[in-house]
Design a protein around this ligand. Structure first.
Ligand SMILES: Cc1ncc(COP(=O)(O)O)c(C=O)c1O
Length: 289
């Protein structure tokens, strides 16, 4: 019997070359040339205010939870169907997770059930764009604005996906991407936080990501020495990982097109087995109508 791999990590021709360049440049810690290339590429491609590579999608969610400034006892609404990291990031801050059921067609949070779950303690709605299929962001953002809630988009699976022409991750207050080996674009372990709010949050995110220090400002020459200024952790990925990812972002559209081609082969081959009504049917109708 022929085994089909669950996933084969993406590897492009320039991956090794760029890793070698990082080594030869004697710059293998974070925020070197390749990290900057990745950040800037995403900012341009996704029309995002600020993107910062992180060590994982999980750590991007942790940064988002810190930026939301949630406190123990605050409630966070999220779909009952997701990866554990979505909840972990807020559980770490002492929040109560309020799960809302999902829609059978998209497997995403049912936007019509969100308002019923809101209480005086609710602070954040954390949506998940499952398998790169977008949530109904117009409705969700409207609810969030009316109730003065923050929105975090767990777009771990949504890099290069859009909602009404806007890149997933750029619609809520904060977006979180994953570049884990299993994702379409990969750096082994890695991710990114997208900040769509204001300059204060961008500065705060830089500090959180750099162990609570203002080292990012120091590298930009804005201060003459860096110090510990706030809480934080080590969320800055190595240049080796960023170099590997950069080789993929350079040809991101080619990778996406190749994925779509393969998806179509599976879809055509398997669609005869569907009895209708399922997620794939609804999603495919939307995609290919
Ligand atoms: C929806 C979702 N959120 C968060 C994550 C965590 O990402 P990472 O594995 O990069 O920490 C994943 C990873 O699969 C995910 O699918």
């Amino acid at each position: 019997m022929k085994k089909i791999d669950f996933n084969v990590p993406c590897c492009t021709n320039n991956g090794l070359l760029y890793i070698e360049q990082a080594i030869k440049n004697h710059k293998i810690c974070g925020d070197g040339v390749f990290t900057k290339k990745c950040n800037e590429w995403m900012e341009k491609k996704f029309n995002a205010k600020k993107v910062l590579l992180t060590t994982s999608g999980t750590s991007a969610l942790e940064v988002a939870a810190l930026l939301c400034d949630v406190k123990p006892g605050d409630e966070v609404i999220m779909p009952s169907y997701t990866f554990c990291s979505t909840a972990d990031a807020f559980v770490q801050r002492g929040c109560k997770i309020v799960f809302v059921d999902i829609r059978p067609d998209t497997m995403n949070i049912d936007e019509n059930l969100i308002e019923k779950a809101i209480t005086s303690k609710t602070k954040v709605i954390c949506v998940v764009h499952y398998a790169g299929v977008s949530c109904d962001m117009d409705t969700i953002m409207d609810i969030a604005h009316r109730h003065n809630l923050k929105v975090v988009e767990d777009a771990a699976q949504g890099v290069m996906s859009c909602y009404k022409g806007r890149a997933l991750g750029t619609i809520g207050d904060y977006g979180c991407y994953s570049f884990h080996e299993t994702k379409n674009y990969s750096m082994g372990e890695g991710g990114a936080i997208v900040i769509n709010t204001n300059i204060d949050d961008i500065e705060k995110a830089e500090i959180i990501r750099e162990k609570g220090t203002n080292r990012s400002k120091f590298w930009r020459g804005q201060i003459d020495k860096y110090t510990w200024v706030d809480y934080g952790s080590s969320y800055l990925p190595s240049e080796l990982n960023a170099a590997y990812l950069w080789a993929q972002l350079e040809v991101a559209d080619d990778i996406n097109n190749a994925r779509l081609k393969i998806w179509n082969i599976y879809y055509r081959g398997l669609s005869g087995l569907m009895r209708g009504g399922g997620r794939t049917t609804e999603y495919s109708k939307r995609l290919y109508s």
